[in-house]
Design a protein. Structure first.
Length: 166
């Protein structure tokens, strides 16, 4: 991330003072695109729908684990030693299964989110390039510590995504 800032700074420094005054600079807020772009909202809903059943299965498994733990806590004193060990083993096996499924769920969800965002930003980058060429921008940044609202073209990008970036 720091490397991007350094390269961006060097790119700006390499322009002469006169060229900077004549140059046209733009900025795009990536986070705002993720929050406001129609494609991002559709992708989020699609992912939620696709992962809904697995999430419900995990919630059921968590409730089952909780019930088993409560039963163990409540009845451990009155259980026969072998019965208590069997219940504890059952709990441990179920807990291990739950942990594995939860980890797989998080990994799959993360991978899917990354794929969807990559697809969206591929379209976003094409639109930014089209805007840059049409409006003769010299450079457009997607990340910045600070950007004057005067050079922010995020809303143009979001509008272009809504118009034809489906």
């Amino acid at each position: 991330m720091l490397k991007k800032y350094i390269l961006a700074g060097l790119a700006l420094l390499s322009l002469s003072a006169g060229a900077c005054a004549e140059g046209k600079i733009g900025f795009v807020n990536s986070q705002k695109i993720l929050n406001d772009a129609p494609q991002a909202a559709r992708a989020k809903k699609k992912i939620e729908k696709d992962f809904e059943k697995r999430d419900q299965d995990l919630q059921r498994l968590a409730k089952q684990l909780q019930g088993l733990q409560e039963a163990l806590d409540k009845n451990a004193v009155t259980m026969v030693e072998s019965e208590r060990r069997n219940k504890e083993r059952e709990f441990a096996d179920l807990n291990r299964d739950f942990q594995r499924k939860q980890r797989e769920f998080r990994e799959d969800l993360s991978q899917r989110q990354n794929e969807e965002m990559a697809s969206i930003f591929e379209r976003v980058n094409k639109i930014i390039k089209q805007i840059a060429e049409a409006e003769k921008y010299d450079i457009i940044f997607q990340e910045a510590v600070y950007a004057n609202p005067r050079i922010d073209i995020t809303d143009k990008v979001i509008k272009a995504l809504g118009d034809g970036g489906k």
